[in-house]
Design a protein around this ligand. Sequence first.
Ligand SMILES: Nc1ncnc2[nH]cnc12
Ligand SMILES: [Zn+2]
Length: 349
Amino acid sequence: MSTDTKMSKLKQLIQQLPKAELHLHIEGTLEPELMWRLAQKHNITLPFASVEAIQDAYQFNNLQSFLDLYYQGADVLRDEDDFFELMWAYLGKCHEQNIVHTEIMFDPQTHTQRGITYDVFMPGFARAIDKAKTELGVSVYLILSFLRHLSEDNAIETLQQAQPYYSMITAVGLDSAELHNPPSKFQGVFAQAALLGFKLVAHAGEEGPPEYVWEAINLLKVDRVDHGVRSIEDPKLMAYLKQHQVPLTVCPLSNLKLCVIDDMREHNIVELLNDGLRVMVNSDDPSYFGGYLNENFYALVDKLDLTEEDTVALISNSISASFLPDNDKQEWLTRIQQLTQTLRITKHA
Ligand SMILES: Nc1ncnc2[nH]cnc12
Ligand SMILES: [Zn+2]
């Protein structure tokens, strides 16, 4: 079989296998077309002359340069229908890409800080999630994510304001500008969230040092680390992550777009996988980074010679590292194995 045929068969396998996505910011799925349409709907003047000009502005040199545009973009989200449309568009993508389960982060403070309350965005999200469950068969958990450039007191207030919606929320998370905002700053609010029964995740080791990953584990007691790619700089941390099978929700196109790496060929995801860590592929902010989940996988096939075995392991990890109940995980893992046998590219004797 030629290399091209093998690569295209692998891409078919990626498309066809059921997958979970565990690191996705709903505000990061706002496509330029929807941003443009909502700006017109609400009479908002954008600093862009056209949809193409928005797209052209998506050139970043670090996390902060992206965050500036991302928070500005989110300003077009004003009423319940806007949040419905945003969520519904992403869940339609999930259906197209065979993402059967997704654990979605949302940033309440991005909205409450501009006077948009939980009573606006949560019902919009709920409507889209219910519709996707019945019409598309996509299952959704929500992760309330705190903005780490704001204070811990503000995070505590944000957690309290969410109280009427606790039953819709599975976990809390930590995102935004990582450097100079270490996990230790949020120890109190994470302890409160744990007492309330929420699962815990935090971005760490994206731009920040391995020390931040240690803090997320030891001080915040997270169940998963978002990104975590800089863990590779600390052998003791690598050994810990392997021993405890702490999931790292890795986002290849994001790392490339935000200059965490200079070239996809340098990405360490396959190395982390081969070192025995529980890593999987995610899209982070697909509208801004040039691709949804499958496009992230395709980039690895094209640039990192991803094998069939690696692919199946990454996809299986997306299920096993999810917050789904164990019996659901088992069903999906069995389904992945069965389908892999049927669709097998490399035939073994
Ligand atoms: N990649 C990322 N890192 C930190 N905060 C984010 N918010 C949205 N995407 C993010
Ligand atoms: Zn992220």
